[in-house]
Write a protein that binds this ligand. Structure first.
Ligand code: SF4
Length: 347
């Protein structure tokens, strides 16, 4: 079946000069690299990794803020991925000998710690897209704690897709499967109306990604541009309505900067008035951070889909998973990390 799909992709590809397809999910990039999907595609079908890793798009200023708070005496709780991401001068890991930095599996662990150690003030660095925002929100729903705060780094995916469609020449999107399981297809209809490009929600097996590419080429060939759901076994048209309700109870949209991008309209979430007491910015006077981007690192261009990790002079040499220079080399979902894992390079 896979061979047949590849054959069909090859046949259809002859009708186009070039087709640029972006995805915004680290797990899709894993699938693409693991199964060598770029290698089996015709040369004119380009798969472009976009800003699909929540850790990677967290700005250096946000990491610098977490470090600042640790130095002010807060216990910083964070998911393991973010722990190693370099800030402007240090990472949470590098200051962990002197300050109380704790890796947690989820926001619930952080809340449990705060409940147990009432003499300390806790900050949970809340990162992630629509997939993790509901867990943060559900924890805050009925929380009555005055020593627990969040550094809110949650972001929304469809607005960044809109920014990319507006500012980049893209022919189609492979929409993120996990995010779509929460949002459903509705946000993509809005994008479709404005930009008229194929938007295919895709699963994470090699065959899912190949099928999605075939669906895109068929749409372009027949000029029947639409939203299609290849991942029906998980993603429902309406999404996860309960998760949406919880998000909407606690958060509202706000414009937010992403690493490598300017402020994205509705690109983030802010806590609603009722939950503002948990916002660390409401509780602490935090100075404006001036970030320092590491010399030579092109994470910004990689996140915008303008370059690949192999274009970075530091890739695999100075920068590797043991000594990450930029955010894209840290998380398992980061494009540089994924390229490093699956590609065979002679460094
Ligand atoms: Fe940044 Fe390292 Fe990726 Fe280069 S290889 S873009 S330095 S993370």
């Amino acid at each position: 079946m896979i061979n047949k799909i590849i054959e069909k992709i090859n046949d259809l590809s002859k009708n186009f000069d070039e087709v640029k397809i972006m995805h915004v999910c680290g797990s899709h990039e894993h699938t693409i690299c693991k199964y060598g999907i770029r290698e089996v595609l015709p040369k004119n079908i380009k798969l472009i990794p976009g800003p699909g890793c929540p850790v990677c798009v967290t700005t250096q200023k946000e990491i610098d803020t977490a470090i600042y708070l640790a130095k002010k005496g807060y216990v910083i709780t964070t998911l393991g991925d973010l722990y190693r991401v370099p800030g402007s001068y240090e990472s949470l890991q590098s200051i962990s000998k002197d300050y109380d930095i704790r890796i947690v599996y989820s926001v619930s662990d952080a809340v449990k710690m705060a409940k147990k150690e009432r003499d300390k003030k806790f900050v949970y660095v809340a990162i992630g897209f629509e997939t993790t925002a509901p867990t943060t929100a559900s924890e805050l729903l009925n929380l009555d704690l005055d020593n627990f705060f969040i550094l809110n780094c949650h972001r929304q995916t469809p607005p960044i897709m809109e920014f990319l469609l507006e500012n980049t020449k893209l022919d189609a999107f492979i929409c993120p499967g996990h995010v779509s399981a929460i949002t459903g297809l509705k946000p993509y209809y809005t994008l479709l109306e404005k930009y008229r490009v194929p938007l295919i929600v895709s699963g994470f097996e090699g065959i899912d990604v190949l099928l999605s590419i075939l669906m895109i080429l068929k749409q372009l060939y027949k000029n029947e541009i639409k939203v299609e759901n290849e991942y029906k076994r998980v993603v429902k048209e309406e999404g996860n309505v309960i998760a949406q309700k919880i998000i909407n109870e606690v958060f509202e949209s706000e414009d937010k900067e992403w690493r490598g991008f300017p402020k994205i309209k509705n690109g983030g979430y802010k806590l609603k008035e009722k939950y503002k007491k948990f916002d660390i910015f409401e509780n602490e006077d935090i100075p404006k951070m001036k970030e320092k981007i590491p010399k030579g690192c092109i994470c910004d261009k990689i996140l915008r889909g303008e370059k690949l990790p192999t274009d970075c002079p530091l890739f695999g040499k100075v920068c590797n998973p043991f000594n990450p220079v930029g955010s894209c080399m840290v998380s398992d979902e980061g494009t540089c990390r994924i390229f490093y894992k699956y590609k065979k390079f002679n460094f």
